[in-house]
Design a protein around this ligand. Structure first.
Ligand code: NAI
Ligand code: AKG
Length: 547
């Protein structure tokens, strides 16, 4: 079957043609349906494996209530405030964005707003076009930016790009970003200020480059606009509408508490006809144009389409917003550890009788520790599958599902491998609420195949694959014969087998037999084995084949 066969993508916003061309070339079928209302989008969603949006389509909790086969949403752009991330994560839907593709264009737009505002360009333009009668220069006298202090709020990709250009324009630049710990950025050229009010007291121009949402709501509040800003302040908002209190801003402009504002983003877009900023003095407005250039729109479209194709075809994750740093497209020498973690998790799930309180991953060596979060999630998915169902849990929602059930997921890096082992060891341990506890330890050999090296304290060396039966029994003569005969009577061929013995503190020996079979052992065989004297535990696990 060709790659991508049977998969479907919904393009729910206008995308530049270069991205759509890539979708065509990929062979994955796609529909372009723009302007769908919430109900319509909710009805379409379950039919698609992937969705691509810009900022127009609102992917609300309701839209994802019954996600059907939807696995991934790509935002052709940066802000994902039009996608309800908690629901996407809870439903196991990966959300991607194209973080850097529109950085330059948005930064240039912020600078364009700043200069338009400082030199009153839009008003002067309208004045000239209104006719020669009232020709006036004095009314459009502006402010020179060189020598002024610019305050950049949010020193991420766009903030730093704006800062570097403002420095070239001979402005002094200071930054505010609670998530940057350094005293200064950009080779010491941008001093970071910790207190927002002290920051406001120093600046002549402010520009916002932060994500939207509760964390940044009304950073420029009524109190700050009226009591903390300098009266000559010019305000640029190219981030999100909620960052500045729009209504208070209109009043502050009218009362000359601040000198001017240039705004690209609004709480409600399109802005309603009675929006107070439409009539506010010295106010430049644009209809969310930050990323609206040929270059940025081509780049976000291409990046979003490439990311969707890569994820659908190979599971490669690019630009993940809600995947907790997992990476599935690992280099060839690290990739087998993902298979090891999944298989160790599945084996452990088979050993456990009850539920879990804690799932702990311990890793040592040089390769496995690079991917602790990915390995932990992969193992936890397999541990939760028997309880939640095959399709209900995946690497995106596993942490949320575990947390919502009171299960702790713990990852520990150990400098040295467990006693008696060497190199890259991946160990997963499950502790149940009633004291039940099992662990499985494994590694990957130079042949790239995963090996199980220990189940609890029983040492072994076995490739975890296919149908496996784990039997714990008292260590006494005849047990192997009993097991072999039972499998033979049930016409289940034993393909491979390892036996390991362990002594408890009292010196009593028990043995573990790990048996691989050519066909799946049925419940009758397992029950008959369990009933045999001396057999303590019988568990069957179906793992994928070797490939
Ligand atoms: N107008 C437009 O068309 C566009 C607007 N945007 C907006 O620009 C935002 C920034 O984009 P990038 O620079 O690429 O993101 P980024 O993630 O590189 O940078 C955001 C920065 O904001 C900082 N931050 C977060 N909360 C903060 C707070 N309360 N106070 C101060 N700083 C805070 C973060 O630490 C980070 O350094 C996007 O989230 C989006 O909302 C992005 C593209 C186009
Ligand atoms: O996609 C758009 O139209 C707006 C761009 C934007 O705001 C973003 O990428 O965050």
């Amino acid at each position: 079957m060709p790659q991508g066969a049977g998969l479907k993508i919904l393009v729910a916003d206008e995308l530049a043609k270069e991205g759509l061309e890539l979708l065509k070339e990929s062979g994955i079928s796609f529909d372009v349906k723009i302007g769908l209302k919430e109900d319509q989008l909710a009805a379409e969603t379950p039919n698609y494996d992937a969705m691509i949006v810009r900022s127009g389509a609102k992917v609300t909790a309701k839209v994802m209530e019954n996600p059907g086969k939807l696995k991934v949403i790509a935002r052709a752009g940066v802000g994902v405030d039009n996608i309800h991330l908690p629901t996407a994560t809870a439903k196991g839907i990966l959300v991607l964005n194209t973080a850097a593709a529109s950085t330059l264009s948005t930064a240039e737009h912020a600078l364009a707003l700043m200069m338009s505002l400082a030199r009153k360009i839009p008003a002067a333009d309208a004045h000239v076009k209104s006719g020669p009668e009232k020709w006036s220069k004095a009314k459009y006298q502006g402010t020179q930016l060189a020598g002024k202090t610019l305050g950049v709020v949010g020193m991420g990709r766009i903030g730093q790009t704006v800062a570097s250009r403002a420095i070239a324009m001979e402005m002094t630049v200071i930054g505010f970003d609670p998530f940057v710990q350094a005293e200064s950025l950009m080779d010491g050229k941008v001093k970071m200020v910790r207190d927002f009010d002290q920051f406001l007291a120093q600046i002549d121009v402010i520009t916002f480059h932060v994500p939207g949402g509760e964390g940044t709501k009304h950073l420029l509040s009524r109190d700050r606009l009226f009591n903390k800003c300098k009266p000559n302040l010019l305000i640029v908002n190219d981030a999100r509408g909620e960052v500045v209190d729009e209504f208070a801003l209109a009043e502050a402009l009218a009362e000359k508490k601040v000198a001017g504002a240039a705004i690209d983003v609004f709480i409600k877009e399109p802005t309603p006809a009675d929006h107070p900023l439409l009539k506010a003095p010295n106010c430049v407005l644009t209809p969310h144009l930050g990323a609206q250039t040929d270059e940025a729109q081509t780049a976000v479209s291409v990046e979003a389409c490439k990311a969707i194709i890569a994820y659908l075809n190979s599971g490669e994750i690019r630009g993940a917003v809600n995947a907790g740093g997992i990476k599935l497209d690992l280099p060839p020498d690290e990739l087998p550890f993902t298979k090891l973690a999944s298989r160790v998790g599945a084996l452990l799930a088979g050993l456990m009788d009850g539920g879990y309180k804690t799932i702990t991953l311990r890793v040592s060596g040089t390769k496995a520790p690079k991917h602790m979060n990915t390995l932990l999630r992969l193992a936890a998915v397999e541990l939760l599958k028997p309880h939640l169902g095959e399709g209900a849990v995946n690497v995106i929602n596993v942490e949320h599902l575990a947390r919502s059930r009171g299960i702790d997921l713990v990852a520990i890096h150990e400098e040295a491998p467990p006693a008696g082992l060497v190199g890259d060891i991946v160990g997963v341990r499950a502790d149940g609420p009633n004291g039940e506890s099992h662990r499985v330890l494994g590694t990957v050999y130079a042949d790239g195949l995963p090996r199980v090296l220990r189940i609890d304290n029983y040492a072994m060396d076995m490739i975890p694959e296919g149908n496996m039966v784990v039997i714990q029994n008292d260590d006494m003569p005849g047990m192997i014969g009993i097991v072999g005969t039972s499998f033979g009577d049930a016409k289940v061929n034993i393909a491979d087998m390892v036996i390991s013995r362990e002594y408890d503190k009292a010196g009593k020996a028990t043995a573990f037999q790990v048996i691989k079979t050519d066909s799946s052992p049925d419940a009758k065989l397992l029950e008959s084995l369990k009933a045999r004297p001396g057999i303590l535990k019988v568990k069957s696990v179906a793992l994928p084949a070797r490939g």
